[in-house]
Write a protein that binds this ligand. Sequence first.
Ligand code: ZN
Length: 286
Amino acid sequence: MPELPEVETIARGLDSRVAGDVIESVWLGSKPEPLKSSAKEIVAALESKRIAAVRRVGKHIVFDLENGGWPTSPAKQRRAGKSARPTQPGAQWIVHLGMTGCMLVCPPEQEIEKHTHAIARLASGRELRFVDPRRFGRLSVSSGFEAPGSEPLDVELARFVSLFRGRKTPIKSALLNQKLLSGVGNIYADESLFRARVRPRRRAASLTRDELGRLYLALQEVLKEAIALGGSSISDYVDSDGEEGFFQLQHRVYGREGEPCLVCKTPVKRVVIAGRSAHYCPKCQK
Ligand SMILES: [Zn+2]
């Protein structure tokens, strides 16, 4: 499952490739799962729009669209004139990659992979394809899209501290709660708790201000490091599969059960909290 740094990297890669291009037409596959908005809504929102920018919001990729495209044929012009709702300048195409989704920027002659659910044909002659074998990814259109939680890289310390006030859930679960923070997944929750020297099972409300301050810095640090690594490894194939060495941030605890802690050599422990694995050093983390 791509986490915030991977989605950030993918969004930046897409922005550098397709911002400024115009979506001429859209093809959508017949599988219903990937379409969170109706096919009709997606086509209406995307066709003949210029991609102003691509950015990450939480774990979503957001294409900011603007008018300024031009219909490619008189027939399309007539259709657009008849059926189009008034085009709002703030329309957005929202892509959630789910477990296995990826966005591909490629020439039209490139073979269409199995599990391709959407193709946007661009005025530059390239295609933007959404491929997702397991179909947990979602495509939708919106305007004024916002993630439900705070953005971990922008949130202020005071706000961050207040998110956990009075919460009886383990701090690990609170970090994963997308209504509190958007985009933090299992890997970076474990890694930031290790760096902050806080055990994942601690009740969120029990963390001192000092510990929350450390966690705040650790989370930003680990996310920024991962983004910096990811940003340098992106290729023409805009991939989403972070697990396969998309970037190589060395995990200090995540996935290292039984291996020695990199600080004190105590074996790393794995516990299950609310159905998710949590990894920590029983000596370094209190
Ligand atoms: Zn340790």
